[in-house]
Design a protein around this ligand. Structure first.
Ligand code: AMP
Length: 214
């Protein structure tokens, strides 16, 4: 199944995608979780040419240009592990990206994570991320067992620069202007499924399974 996770920053797309991979695996469907944000952050950590190019843009809460992002996803989806399905988290984020994606992959469903700004601010304020494996934690809802250390890989748990208040406002503006129009774009194609993303993560997982008939 080719799935897109759509929603504002902090809606819980990354957290749910990690769980959705396990749910789909139980059903015999192996789908990699492909997060463009995680790919960019790994490139920044490795100080690769891509990382050096995108660091300032990402830290400011702006979008990386469409051509760079589309090419990255095109290459990623061409790899063997994405042939039977994928969960795309954080892509597409613009209509141009969605149109390009339609040219190289057929999307089955778009899961729209519905959450008001107040919920976004609460989640992003407490979010911490593992620098090594990208796992998300939350200082209120899901703290790492040892302060600053990832439970899964022992990597360093840190606050993303773009989760700081100035960048969060910018990311919400960018989301409303450039990404939210994708909701109508996919609704018109009858691909959209709305999931209430306000409750705690276990309930959101149930909402997600129910919406997809899993
Ligand atoms: P995320 O982890 O999905 O919140 O992404 C973090 C940042 O990476 C975003 O704020 C953008 O700067 C950049 N980014 C991720 N995905 C995309 C995309 N599809 N198009 C442009 N920029 C992106």
């Amino acid at each position: 199944m080719n799935l897109i996770f759509l929603g504002p920053p902090g809606a819980g797309k990354g957290t749910l995608a990690a769980k959705a991979v396990d749910i789909l695996k139980l059903q015999g469907v192996l789908s990699p979780h492909i997060s463009t944000g995680n790919i960019f952050r790994a490139a920044i950590a490795a100080k690769s040419p891509l990382g050096l190019k995108v660091k300032a843009i990402i830290d400011a809460g702006k979008l990386v240009d469409d051509d760079t992002t589309i090419e990255l996803v095109r290459e990623r989806l061409a790899r063997d592990d994405a042939k039977k399905g994928y969960i795309l988290d954080g892509f597409p984020r613009t209509i141009a990206q969605a149109e390009a994606l339609a040219g190289f992959s057929a999307v089955d469903k778009v899961v729209n994570f519905d959450i008001p700004d107040s919920g976004v601010l609460e989640r992003l304020g407490g979010r911490r991320v593992c620098r090594k494996c990208g796992h998300n934690f939350h200082m209120i809802f899901d703290r790492p067992k040892a302060e600053g250390v990832c439970d899964h890989c022992g990597g360093e748990v840190y606050t993303r620069d773009d989760d700081k208040p100035e960048a969060v406002q910018k990311r919400l503006e960018v989301y409303r202007a450039q990404t939210a129009p994708l909701i109508d774009y996919y609704r018109k194609q009858d691909l959209l499924i709305d999931v209430d993303a306000r409750p705690a993560v276990d309930q959101v997982v149930e909402n997600f399974k129910h919406s997809l008939g899993l």
